[in-house]
Design a protein around this ligand. Structure first.
Ligand code: FES
Length: 147
């Protein structure tokens, strides 16, 4: 039985079984490969997308849990999102692998808290790990995007 998912404002009929993690449906069925596979167990944040505006780990979220919720991925940002502009200005990415997840968590933070303090940024971004250690540039870019 096909499942309908709302991704970036579009309704998609997907064939995957209900227990399939959202990450694999996004990447393999919908071709939205911005969300990355890191650990597969909800620990690194590389797979972060938003579900009704909240950051979630798509590697460990079966599509049965998503239901009618609105999924937002980094592809919806289109390249000119204020966070992406700030990311470029601050030259944030190094290898880049974790950055779509970082952006999705940062966007969720700014939607709820448009002027976060350093501590609030640290708390909100705590679950997004960067092996290159770009944390200071991430924080600077979030503050830049916050204006
Ligand atoms: Fe999902 Fe690491 S791949 S949290």
């Amino acid at each position: 039985m096909a499942t309908t998912l709302d991704v970036n404002g579009k309704a998609y009929q997907v064939k995957a079984t209900p227990e399939t993690p959202l990450l694999w449906v996004l990447r393999d069925e919908l071709g939205l490969t911005g969300s990355k596979y890191g650990c597969g167990v909800g620990q690194c944040g590389a797979c972060t997308v938003q579900m009704d505006g909240q950051p979630i780990r798509s590697c460990s979220t079966p599509i049965s849990v998503v239901g009618a919720a609105k999924i937002t991925t980094v592809e919806s940002f289109g390249g000119n999102h204020p966070l992406q502009v700030a990311w470029v200005k601050h030259d944030v990415p190094q290898c880049g692998y974790c950055q779509s997840g970082q952006l999705m968590s940062a966007a969720a933070l700014l939607a709820q808290n448009p002027k976060p303090s350093d501590d609030e940024i640290a708390a909100a971004m705590d679950g997004n790990i960067c092996r290159c250690g770009t944390y200071q540039r991430i924080r600077a870019a979030i503050k830049e995007a916050a204006g």
